[in-house]
Design a protein around this ligand. Structure first.
Ligand SMILES: C[S@@+](CC[C@H](N)C(=O)[O-])C[C@H]1O[C@@H](n2cnc3c(N)ncnc32)[C@H](O)[C@@H]1O
Length: 194
């Protein structure tokens, strides 16, 4: 099966959004809460309903861009961020996106991609980050779907994709996951190496 725009829009249209935590998750919120520079250029790929995106908006961050294959989740997200320009809500493929960011936030995007794309994901993150920029978020560290998302994996496996390209500032079991994900997530804070 191809996990393309049709696949993901179908999930939204049928309300099959089991991945959606319903609000910003604790690890991402606590990370955002210690950021002081509201002008950071931030990308949230595969943002879906983007609860953390709305949170960034509410906290006064100004330079946030989101990209999702499906326009469906923007129907709820876009109206929640009225002061941001339309151009920041991109419908498209993350792998085709061009730009430069200080921070990229990961939440249930990596696990939505076919595992064969994981090295490409790490390489693309590296390409999109400014010198010293960071990829921050959570990754599932349990086996999950065999044939369709979410796809799981292990800390050891994930480490291989980022090695040599990023400094692992944090790459450890997440201590503040939301309850349903507790014990099953890795928190990552990876700084781009030149
Ligand atoms: C599992 S959902 C997670 C959504 C959101 N991050 C959340 O936690 O609620 C994965 C999202 O990634 C999007 N997606 C999948 N492949 C993509 C790609 N190549 N480029 C951009 N978005 C993609 C899907 O449309 C979907 O909205």
């Amino acid at each position: 099966m191809k996990f393309d725009e049709q696949y993901w829009s179908g999930k939204y249209l049928q309300n099959q959004t089991g991945w959606d935590a319903g609000s910003i998750t604790t690890p991402i919120k606590e990370y955002i809460d210690q950021l002081t520079d509201k002008d950071l250029r931030i990308l949230v790929p595969g943002c879906g309903h983007g609860h953390e995106v709305h949170y960034l908006y509410s906290q006064g961050f100004k330079q946030v861009t989101v990209i999702d294959l499906s326009a469906e989740p923007y129907k709820t997200l876009r109206p929640k961020c009225p002061d941001w320009p339309d151009g920041r809500f991109i419908v498209g493929d993350f792998f085709d996106h061009q730009g430069e960011y200080d921070l990229i936030i990961e939440q249930t995007f990596f696990c939505a991609l076919e595992p064969g794309l994981r090295q490409q994901y790490a390489d693309k993150m590296h390409a999109l980050l400014a010198p010293g920029g960071k990829l921050v978020g959570v990754l599932f560290t349990i086996p999950l779907g065999d044939t369709q998302p979410p796809f799981g994996g292990s800390q050891e496996e994930y480490g291989r994709y980022f090695a040599g390209k990023f400094t692992f500032e944090v790459f450890a079991p997440c201590y503040n996951s939301i309850k349903p994900r507790a014990g099953n997530e890795l928190f990552i804070k990876l700084r781009k190496q030149p």
